[in-house]
Design a protein around this ligand. Structure first.
Ligand code: PLP
Length: 406
């Protein structure tokens, strides 16, 4: 059963709805879309993947990473589903992403990991968002905001850079920060975290090395009487492949969306998003005729060309020109010519009976008259020389998300 977007949130009166402070572009809603192109998000598979992750994580709590609009799946819908299914927390990258989830009624702890709060520390407090801090400026600004607003002590997570060289306090600076934190009753050091650089290479050595540095930082804090309630480090790859990295909390992103990260195998995971459309035009062209801008593909024989209304502006990369495939009637049809902004042509000569209105699957599984096949985000990523994370987050806001509850 396909349910039309049930995610417009709890009914609130116009008066009760706070004015949004951050302007966010709107994504096309199912009801607004006439074009048949859509992303289907299978919430049952999402819950299944949560159970797979929970099993791998043992006693550790799961804080789902829902940055970038829930990896393109729609953060609000995904957060509601995972919260109900037992995820104990949520991590986002941007303050704006955290605000969006609070305004959607999410109650679970939300950790803002991006490390940039501008002058919006008040927003963190107002929306009960937990900031990740890693320098003195952030600690003082947060403490001052708490003093200024007269609110109770605010939770923060301290990040240590154990090897990623991206965000976090350098190991040598941890003691200095801890000395300051200890003297700030406005702040409660709720968590200590780090992030792995090479977890998806499935190389236990790098993880062990980073964890060692993390342990040293933990000890330094303890010596100053600081004992964070939770310590966390593991992303999807680490939690699936290296159980000792799970600590108190794990931070899975991609695994929840059904993709086994990098070299880590996890066949139980089920893809959550599929991208579907229809053939909106079918024509026969003669041998030698070119297809698309620049005629980069020429028909070697009499060819049936079908047009699918999805292009690079929708997140179907132009890098798939003359490379990728689309499923029709359960069989692969090659993409021919260059992917244009709104449309893509495919060769359906070898798909008997292919006609106007047939379903076209750009990503996902299709069962059809001629068989069954799957185009995974990993396959698309392979064509493009990128990773499934980028393929999923690239599906643009022009593509409406439909939520499926089988
Ligand atoms: C994105 C991110 C994660 C989740 O990573 P996956 O590989 O998608 O599981 C975890 N922690 C941090 C700090 C992140 O930025």
């Amino acid at each position: 059963m396909i349910v039309q977007n049930p995610l417009l949130g709890p009914m609130t009166s116009a008066l009760a709805t706070p004015l949004p402070r951050v302007l966010r572009p709107k994504r096309a809603l199912p009801a607004d879309s006439v074009r048949p192109t859509r992303a289907e998000v299978n919430l049952a598979n999402l819950r299944h993947n949560l159970r797979v992750v929970q099993r791998a994580a043992g006693d550790a709590h799961v804080w789902a990473v829902l940055k970038a609009d829930g990896y393109g799946h729609g953060a609000k819908a995904v957060a509601r589903t995972l919260e109900r299914a037992g995820a104990q927390g949520i991590c986002v990258a941007l303050l704006e992403e955290g605000v969006e989830l609070r305004e959607a009624g999410i109650k679970t702890p939300i950790l803002v990991m991006g490390g940039y709060y501008g002058r919006a520390y008040g927003e963190l407090l107002r929306h009960d968002l937990i900031p990740v801090v890693s320098d003195l400026g952030q600690i003082e600004a947060m403490a001052e905001e708490v003093r200024f607003s007269g609110s109770e002590a605010a939770r923060v997570h301290l990040k240590v850079d154990t090897g990623m060289s991206r965000l976090g306090a350098l190991p040598n600076d941890v003691r200095k920060l801890a000395e300051v934190l200890r003297l700030r009753p406005e702040l409660k050091l709720h968590g200590l975290m780090t992030h792995f650089a090479c977890a998806d290479l499935d190389d236990p050595d790098t993880i062990a090395r980073q964890l060692e540095i993390f342990e040293v930082a933990t000890t330094e804090l303890a010596e100053l009487g600081l004992r964070p309630e939770v310590r966390h480090a593991a992303n999807s790859a680490a939690l699936l492949a290296h159980a000792p990295s799970c600590l108190d909390v794990v931070r899975p992103g991609i695994a929840l969306f059904g993709v086994a990260p990098g070299r880590v195998a996890c066949p139980e995971l089920r893809a959550v998003m599929s991208v579907r459309s229809e053939l909106i035009s079918v024509r026969e062209i003669g041998a030698g005729q070119g297809v698309g801008y620049g005629w980069t593909w020429r028909a070697p024989r009499v060819t049936r060309v079908a047009t699918v209304p999805m292009g690079y502006a929708d997140g179907l990369s132009r890098g798939l020109s003359n490379k990728g495939h689309v499923l029709v009637r359960g069989r692969r049809a090659p993409i021919i010519g260059v992917v244009s902004m709104d449309m893509t042509m495919i060769d359906v000569t070898d798909i008997p009976g292919a006609e106007l209105g047939d379903e076209a699957v750009l990503m996902g599984t299709q069962r059809g008259l001629l068989g069954e096949d799957t185009i995974s985000s990993a396959e698309i990523a392979e064509h493009l020389g990128t990773i499934p994370w980028e393929v999923l987050t690239a599906i643009s806001r022009r593509v409406p998300r439909f939520y499926r509850e089988p």
